[in-house]
Design a protein around this ligand. Structure first.
Ligand code: 5GP
Length: 201
């Protein structure tokens, strides 16, 4: 059976990656979404096992030691990481799987699994990013300034990614379609299709 593709989607806060990824997943139920483990507290409405596996710091560190985590990072003083088992199971059963993770983790995966496909989603410009962050209305000026700085650092790493997609306001559906097209094109790479040769021999 053909192996699935591991697709990484990164993008700074305000890039709209959560919306784009959930549109992609709901339009294409055959694609799996990796559920990360984190030590941060659940936000209102977040469910354990659906949005994240919410675990303790001790548990997270035990999983790192046991080699159960494909990649991990610390963000705002919390651990975030991808459980290896879920990813392996999806890929071996021929299913594509999406990891919605930040740049540090994305680079770790690319090093371990160079065949992983990386996409960076960005807002169109700094002003739009700032407007989006401010329109949430939940964060202080200090936090917004920190997020803008962090966004600049993340976007500067774009050349390390295979693809980039700009998310203009109101265009999340188009971005989801575009990322789906990337996935389809990747499946046509000869690394995945070369078995057809056997049918001619
Ligand atoms: P949030 O707390 O807003 O859900 O996530 C904060 C950041 O952590 C986001 O950029 C998100 O993509 C990233 N993130 C979530 N899960 C993982 C993970 O498993 N590994 C890494 N490296 N980053 C993650």
């Amino acid at each position: 059976m053909a192996k699935g593709i591991l697709l990484i989607v990164s993008g700074p806060a305000g890039s709209g990656k959560g919306t784009v990824v959930s549109k992609l997943i709901s339009a294409h139920e055959e694609i799996a979404l990796s559920v990360s483990a984190t030590t941060r507290q659940p936000r209102p409405g977040e469910q354990n096992g659906v949005h994240y596996h919410f675990i303790t710091k001790d548990d997270f560190e035990k999983r790192i030691k046991n080699g159960e985590i494909l990649e991990y990072t610390t963000y705002c003083e919390n651990y975030y990481g991808t459980p290896l088992k879920e990813v392996n199971e999806a890929l071996l059963s021929g299913k594509d799987i999406i990891l919605e993770i930040e740049v540090d983790g994305a680079m770790q995966v690319k090093k371990k699994l160079p065949e992983a496909v990386t996409v960076m989603l960005t807002p169109p410009d700094k002003e739009t990013l700032e407007n989006r962050l401010r329109s949430r209305g939940t964060e202080t000026d200090e936090v917004i300034a920190w997020r803008l700085e962090r966004a600049k650092e993340e976007i500067a790493l774009m050349p390390e990614y295979d693809y980039s997609v700009v998310n203009e306001d109101g265009r999340a559906d188009e971005c989801a379609d575009l990322i789906y097209s990337i996935l389809r094109a990747e499946h046509q790479k000869t690394a995945y299709t070369k078995d057809i040769i056997k049918k001619f021999i």
